[in-house]
Design a protein around this ligand. Sequence first.
Ligand code: SF4
Ligand code: SF4
Length: 194
Amino acid sequence: MKVFLGEKHSFLEEVEARSGQKVQECYQCSKCSGGCPFSRVMDYAPNSILEMIVYGMKDQLLSSKAIQMCIQCGTCGAQCPAGFELYEVMNVLREMAKEEGYKTNEKKIPKMNSIFLGEVRNLGRMHEVNLMVKNMFSQGQLVKDVATLIPIGPPMFLKGIMGVGDMLSHKIQGQAHVAKIFENVEKMQGGHAK
Ligand code: SF4
Ligand code: SF4
């Protein structure tokens, strides 16, 4: 799918350069969308996203729900006859949306991503309980989430799946190195690593 776009080329060029994927070489066969476990909850199917990049539909894409819903599972790439790694493109689109201050239709996932990265930065690892509690507060749905957890939490303790130790968070030995990685990425991206 090669088209001439003249001056509107910059979005396509930037996505291709940052993702390392030749967006224009997609066949538009839709195998990626057929295999994607999240395409049914996306506002644009994965193959359509590639087409929209080619046609310079930057505003629609960077404010879309689809780029936030991608879980980077790579299923699309495993099914693609062109060996295309679509998750790399999704990742770049998400970064660009953040860098350029786009408001997305999907609010909850960016918040959770931010909490997740904050945990990894502060502890050097992810701590599930911290993530869950912080996410509950930040999403403003504490009562609903606690009600969901009541039938799940106590049985997990009773069966030994979770213990008191799992509730406490601690830093890993190399936490300072992990934090340094975040700092370096922030510098490279102009302050947008988190
Ligand atoms: S499976 Fe590959 S070639 Fe087919 S539409 Fe998706 S990215 Fe393009
Ligand atoms: S990497 Fe993203 S787009 Fe690809 S199959 Fe997984 S969720 Fe879908």
